[in-house]
Design a protein around this ligand. Structure first.
Ligand code: NAP
Length: 335
């Protein structure tokens, strides 16, 4: 039975990746940080087959212990401070977790398996996936963006991800580790954190429909994003680690929509006009914006046979429907 260790198990992608790998017959271990992490109960309830191991991306020894204990075939490094706005408020912590955290996990693999140099062709046994991000493209140099597009990150998050990306490439080239980096464009689901704009919109639309909220305050509604479904994207992560040769891949839909398009569809699903309820508020505007992100995922399509199944409209409707069901249940329970 293949064994996977996932950091960021309590996040959106950790959930979908665990579900996917369990269905593929994997033994899945999730790294959990902190004392009495409240999200542990959610994991135990929703993913009872996932085993838990303690560790923190800020603590090298804990990662070594986790790797030694689990003896994984594959490590997926999904943990990060992943909310771009927060990275301006906590840039140093973002650098430590989102950037150096990847290095610590790679070191845990290298030191545990004794990978020494690419000349030894050791391959180090453990395959490694790094969750890179389209935010590394930032002030985009070309459109659409592919694996060869230069990076110009526009936030402390994007800068930290660029470091983690290059250290992954470097460990592949230096130590022969099967290390891959997935440059993923925005992907969403009903499990997306409520601080992210997609979920903020679908949650607000549901609450406004139920009379629980009056308006929705957003930052800039003009930027364009390439939004896909998280369940489709975790398949790509797995395909990268199953491929013969480690490499980096852009993963996205190749379609772009403005934030206001997302709002129009979400409110429209509930028979509401978004313009009656959405207001922009400067406090949510990023100090430096990423204007137009759109993926050229042709390499992943050609080499991994990956393509997304869920359309933009299906994604928005799935999220609105889930939030309407959740909020109706919560308001009925409190009535
Ligand atoms: P998420 O929901 O924000 O989850 C982040 C995870 O990181 C949580 O499980 C959190 O655990 C964990 N974490 C934070 N600090 C940690 C630390 N010091 N040690 C160990 N774990 C720590 O993120 P996501 O949306 O699933 O995304 C997964 C990864 O893909 C992230 O690296 C993200 O930056 C990247 N990515 C996401 C997208 C997207 O659109 N979703 C696009 C490109 C790249 P706690 O429960 O302990 O807080």
């Amino acid at each position: 039975m293949p064994r996977a260790l996932i950091t960021g198990i309590t996040g959106q992608d950790g959930f979908y990746l665990s579900e996917h790998l369990l269905a593929q017959g994997y033994e899945v271990y999730g790294l959990i940080r902190g004392q009495a992490n409240p999200k542990l109960q959610i994991i135990e309830r929703t993913l009872p087959d996932v085993r838990i191991v303690e560790g923190d991306l800020l603590d090298q020894a804990s990662l070594m212990n986790a790797v030694q204990k689990v003896k994984p075939d594959e490590v997926y490094n999904l943990a990060a401070i992943s909310f771009v706005m927060l990275s301006w408020n906590q840039p140093e912590l973002t650098g430590e977790i989102t950037g150096l955290g990847a290095l610590r996990m790679l070191e845990a693999i290298r030191l545990t398996t004794g990978a020494s140099s690419s000349r030894s062709k050791s391959g180090a046994g453990i395959r490694f996936y790094q969750a890179s991000s389209s935010e590394m493209f930032g002030k985009v140099r070309e459109t659409p963006q592919s694996e060869t597009t230069p990076f110009h990150p526009r936030s402390p998050y994007g800068v930290a991800k660029a470091y983690a990306h290059y250290i992954t490439v470097n460990y592949r080239e230096s130590y022969g580790i099967h290390a891959c980096s997935g440059i993923l464009f925005n992907h969403e689901s009903p499990k997306r954190g409520p601080e992210f704009v997609s979920r903020k919109i679908t949650l607000a639309a549901a609450r406004i429909k139920l009379g629980l909220q009056k308006e929705l305050l957003l930052g800039d509604i003009e930027p364009r994003r390439d939004w896909g479904y998280a369940g489709d994207y975790v398949r790509a992560m797995h395909l990268m680690l199953k491929a013969k040769k480690p490499d980096d891949y852009v993963i996205g839909t190749g379609e772009t929509h403005q934030v206001k398009d997302f709002a129009r569809l979400a409110f429209g699903r509930l028979g509401l006009n978004w313009e009656d309820h959405v207001r922009t508020d400067p406090q949510f505007i990023r100090p430096a914006e990423v204007d137009l992100l759109i993926a050229d995922a042709s390499k992943a399509k050609k080499e991994l046979g990956w393509k997304p199944d869920v359309s933009f409209r299906q994604l928005v409707e799935m999220m609105v429907d889930a939030d309407l069901a959740q909020e109706s249940k919560l308001s009925a329970a409190s009535a």
